[in-house]
Design a protein around this ligand. Structure first.
Ligand SMILES: [Zn+2]
Length: 234
């Protein structure tokens, strides 16, 4: 009867919506009867559990914080993870309480960076079963980036400079370390080499060895079919 796709929602005309032009709503696939396992579920390896501490910018007894593997469009994108392989609703009370404390602490640390107006905290969890919370910093003055499309804008904005990125990471790591744990991100070293563009090859450094960069890829990552190729995580 109604084969005509639904009209695009109002938000496509909001100033914060990153795209313009003629848009139409995608055809919706039929729901699958059984969803495929996420990373860290079924027989799929957990990237978080397999990652060594030096893939993080700060580590504590029960929590770890990591960055993307290269500068992002937003001034800061961080992920808070529990050490234990648990999902949000499965946290025991101690970890649940600490999650609140860590969330507040990290929000304040990121918000204290120069040029950051707001920090958005997100939890998706469709890609990995291991609890991970996203902290996305909105650049100050960029009113168009306000709200829920911020994660899209991260992939659209040009990356911040590597120098600035490393400084920001070091500051957040040092901030967290004042409460305990170990900071692993260091301030940028003296520039021995001429500044070079950050190409596809990530620079060596204290931060993640994750296979994705950018909020969208990682957060919306769809698990491969069970018999498909495994991801490139080492
Ligand atoms: Zn895990």
């Amino acid at each position: 009867m109604h084969d005509t796709p639904p009209a695009v929602p109002d938000f496509t005309s909001w100033p914060s919506f990153p795209f313009e032009g003629d848009l139409r709503v995608k055809h919706l696939d039929d729901p699958v009867p059984v969803e495929p396992p996420r990373k860290g579920e079924g027989n799929r390896e957990c990237t978080a559990c397999a990652a060594p501490d030096d893939a993080y910018i700060w580590v504590g007894e029960r929590w770890r914080v990591r960055a993307m593997d290269r500068p992002t469009g937003l001034p800061m994108v961080l992920i808070l993870e529990s050490r234990s392989h648990l999902d949000l609703g499965d946290l025991p009370n101690l970890l649940a309480a600490e999650l609140g404390v860590m969330t507040v602490r990290l929000e304040k640390a990121v918000r204290s960076l120069d040029g950051v107006a707001r920090v958005h905290v997100n939890r998706w969890g469709d890609g990995s079963a291991h609890l991970h919370l996203w902290f996305l910093a909105r650049p100050y003055g960029r009113l168009q980036l306000r709200g829920t499309f911020l994660s899209l804008w991260d992939s659209i904005l040009p990356p911040i400079s590597e120098q600035q990125w490393r400084e920001n990471l070091a500051m957040v790591a040092a901030w967290l370390a004042e409460f305990g744990g170990r900071p692993l991100a260091e301030p940028p070293r003296i520039q021995w080499q001429a500044p070079s563009s950050i190409g596809a090859q990530a620079s060596p450094g204290p931060v993640g060895e994750d296979d994705g960069v950018g909020v969208i890829e990682a957060a919306e990552e769809i698990p491969e079919p069970v018999d498909g190729p495994t991801d490139a995580a080492r």
